[in-house]
Write a protein that binds this ligand. Structure first.
Ligand code: NAX
Length: 327
């Protein structure tokens, strides 16, 4: 018998949903030997559109795709799932304060955290993409005591991929030459894309790119503001690249990480690098295909320490803003 995985995807009729479902169903997320069951959750108003997406999935006749469930009931969507990809979220509207955005989304992620707790396998893994993704993951984790805290993740891989390509282009290298770029902290404009500990063709980035002012300035700013630049150019936020990063994140977690390499994902802090325990913090992580660990022993200069302090402060404030809702 072949292996199979049951995956819930929320916001499945949205932009990222439209880009990710076909990649999951084709085997790009769980590999060519794993059959896939899709549990698709949407708001009731989006169920007709979701039906159209289901028709297109049917029309691909994917060999690995075993079943498609569409629903607006979170208890149905998370029933017996091995993975939950939480993509649907309340979008930021013009004039909305960050606090309003946090509270709007807290409503969604407390409910989904409970529904995961009550219905998913207790080995379920949860990747949050919907923004603010670190704190949404913190909320879902807090509401799901039956699921180990280490099974919750928030996505910083799109930021890593953006950073890798910026470094490669600057150094006239290929993106496969760039390794071990870590996105520290929040998936937000306070993130710290760590170039000091990254390498190009096995050597420190600063050997290939001597312009350290560019690295400390425009490079970081470009990565931090890439989302806004995409919106400006396309009129819509990043979708295919976000879906690609979610595929990368899950693959990185379910595949042994090559020796000497690591990748970026936000996980529940155990206090590593002085970050408050429990925060969903972007770290360098390695996996053995089953379990993951935070890479230890990376050193940070004063510049990096300041950046990490700023993103830690922002995440602590986000946590404090939603804490009263987690009962
Ligand atoms: P869309 O607005 O295209 O799609 C979101 C979908 O979620 C909609 O179809 C909506 O009906 C659905 N939805 C809303 N509330 C729901 C709920 N309670 N249950 C189920 N479905 C619900 O957004 P899209 O472009 O797909 O982006 C989705 C989220 O990803 C946004 O929050 C966005 O900010 C976030 N992103 C996160 C990124 C990251 O790197 N972590 C990058 C890309 C993206 O910006």
């Amino acid at each position: 018998s072949t292996k199979s995985v049951r995956v819930a995807i929320t916001g499945a009729a949205g932009q990222i949903g439209y880009a990710i479902l076909f990649r999951i169903a084709s085997g790009q997320m769980f590999g060519p030997d794993t059959a896939v069951h899709l549990n698709l959750l949407e708001l009731e108003v989006a169920l007709p559109a979701l039906e159209g997406v289901k028709m297109e999935l049917d029309d691909c006749a994917f060999p690995l795709l075993q079943s498609i469930t569409t629903t607006s009931d979170a208890n149905v969507a998370f029933k017996d799932v091995d993975w939950a990809l939480l993509i649907g979220a309340f979008p930021r509207k013009a004039g909305m304060e960050r606090k309003d955005l946090l509270e709007k989304n807290a409503g969604i992620f407390t409910g989904q955290g409970k529904a995961i707790n009550d219905n998913a396998k207790n080995t379920c893994k949860v990747l949050v993409v919907g923004n603010p993704c670190n704190t949404n993951a913190y909320i879902a984790k807090s509401m799901a005591p039956n699921i180990p805290a280490r099974n919750f993740f928030a996505m910083t891989m799109l930021d890593q991929n953006r950073a890798v390509t910026q470094l490669a282009q600057k150094a006239n290298a290929h993106n496969t030459d760039v390794s071990n770029v870590t996105i520290w902290g929040n998936h937000s404009s306070t993130q710290y894309p760590d170039f000091y500990n990254a390498t190009i063709s096995g050597k420190p980035v600063t050997e290939s790119i001597s312009d350290e002012e560019w690295l400390k300035g425009d490079f970081i700013k470009t990565v931090q503001q890439r989302g806004a630049a995409i919106i400006k150019a396309r009129g819509l936020s990043s979708a295919a690249s976000a879906a690609n990063a979610a595929v990368d994140t899950v693959r990185n977690l379910v595949t042994p990480t090559p020796e000497g390499k690591h990748f970026s994902v936000a996980v529940c802090s155990d206090g590593s690098y002085g970050i408050p325990e429990g925060l969903m913090f972007g770290y360098p992580v390695r996996s053995n295909g089953e379990e993951w660990e935070i890479v230890q022993g990376i050193s940070h200069n004063e510049f990096a320490q300041e950046k990490i302090a700023a993103t830690t402060k922002e995440l602590s404030e986000e946590r404090d803003a939603v804490q009263h809702l987690l009962t």
